[in-house]
Design a protein around this ligand. Structure first.
Ligand code: ADP
Length: 407
């Protein structure tokens, strides 16, 4: 492998006021962000939020209707100016691999070097090094249809890095793979990209993938960038209810502020008092929504009547338990509310009465009128009528905690 210092620095990516319309639909409604050279940005958002449009605009496959893209200072898209994809010094990895079916593995990876006018011995050496790096040196003469999905995506990865581009773009590259393979390939993408020194922009709708890969996460919704920050900040300080919900909540409860404070406030939730981090200003008596991160929940030891603090304890009944390898995730019904992903090393059977201790650091309170945020995923403000089903979201995505081990 050549020393990283011989390679050009990753692109400095600047996107300003990016707008893209399809008829009436604004796929991008004015997006601004920058990515430093060598940084790994993950754009996270639900289906239809504009992720593909954004990454394809960076690639030059789509033309913007407004705004600018600069790559290392060079204007790549602005008004009628449009730098062709092949002149942007980037490579892209797609969800469906996009290998040439009539070329062997060697041919597919080597093709990326054709325009580089490299000495053929050097090119051969680079292609072999790239295949070696992704563990496919023994498959060089195979055709794509003779490979598994994971192997095809490894070929696509080798093809992307072999030409040492300044920008690597990933369009949901793990979506078509099985869970265990996804995890392994995710690690390969992370290490290979960082080794290469290229800047990376990676799109996904999977929050655990985003947290595991990113130096920075940009959360997109309806063509707008809602928050751009490091993974820790997105998890601890989600800018809006939408961001919090999309990055994993175990439960959601309506309540009122008892003692407001800049960072932590005391809330009344039914007959409980919960201390929580307040995001944005709240006033005493104001209605709030409490969002509980999976990381906040812990099953407390059975009370012995002496040393239990009064606040931040929720009493409930186990209604589901799932084995997770490192322990068990429980769903707890606390009155009308459900709290999911409550982790414990030991299993508590269905029907057992338990106490859940809530870490105030991962309990997030938002003014209830902020429920109608930019996401449009608003909740009815009549908080007294929230039912068991309406109080929480229990989809698989929401219940799983992003990269528990790395946070
Ligand atoms: P994501 O990648 O987050 O799923 P997309 O960028 O694919 O989102 O799409 C954003 C919005 O633009 C969606 O509403 C989608 O229906 C619309 N859109 C994307 N591509 C086209 C197209 N070629 N023609 C019409 N509408 C499109």
């Amino acid at each position: 492998m050549k020393a990283a210092t011989e390679r050009p620095l990753g692109h400095y990516v600047q996107v300003a006021g990016a707008v893209k319309r399809y008829g009436e639909c604004a796929a991008l409604g004015g997006v601004d962000f920058e990515v430093d050279p060598g940084q790994f940005l993950v754009l996270l958002g639900p289906s239809g939020s504009g992720k593909s449009t954004l990454v394809r605009s960076l690639a030059g496959i789509e033309r913007l209707d407004g705004g600018q893209v600069r790559l290392s200072g060079q204007l790549a898209s602005a008004g009628s100016r449009h730098l062709a994809p092949e002149r942007r010094n980037l490579a892209m990895v797609f969800q469906d691999y996009a290998l040439w079916p009539h070329l062997t593995v060697l041919g597919n990876v080597g093709y990326a070097l054709r325009r580089r006018r490299l000495d053929s011995a050097v090119a051969r050496e680079r292609v072999h090094a790239a295949l070696e790096r992704v563990g496919l040196a023994g498959h060089a003469e195979r055709y794509p249809h003779e490979l598994s999905g994971g192997e095809q995506q490894r070929v696509a990865l080798a093809r992307a890095v072999v030409a040492q581009p300044q920008l690597l773009l990933f369009d949901e590259p793990l979506s078509n793979l099985d869970a265990d393979l996804r995890e392994r390939l995710r690690v390969e993408i992370a290490t290979l990209t960082r080794e290469s020194g290229a800047t990376a922009v990676y799109i996904t709708h999977d929050q655990s993938e985003a947290f595991a890969l990113a130096d920075k996460i940009g959360v997109l919704n309806k063509g707008k960038l809602i928050q751009l920050a490091g993974p820790e900040e997105v998890y601890r300080q989600p800018a809006t209810l939408f961001v919090a919900r999309f990055t994993g909540v175990a439960g959601e409860l309506p309540g009122r502020v008892v003692h407001p404070d800049a960072e932590y406030s005391h809330l009344r939730i039914g007959d409980l008092v919960i201390r929580a981090r307040t995001i944005g200003p709240v006033r005493g008596g104001e209605a709030v929504r409490l969002l509980i991160r999976p990381a906040a929940t812990r099953i407390a030891p059975a009370p012995d009547g002496t040393d239990q603090p009064a606040a931040n304890l929720l009493h409930g009944e186990v209604i589901d338990v799932a084995y997770r390898g490192r322990g068990y995730d429980h769903v707890i019904a606390a009155g009308p509310h459900l709290i999911s992903a409550v982790h414990d090393a030991q299993a508590h059977p269905r029907g057992e009465r338990v106490t859940v201790n809530l870490d105030p650091d991962h309990c997030l309170a938002y003014a209830a009128d902020a429920a109608e945020d930019a996401s449009g995923n608003g909740y009815a403000n009549n908080l007294t009528t929230v039912t068991m089903n309406g109080a929480v979201q229990l989809t698989a995505d929401m219940a799983s905690e992003p990269a528990r081990s790395s946070l």
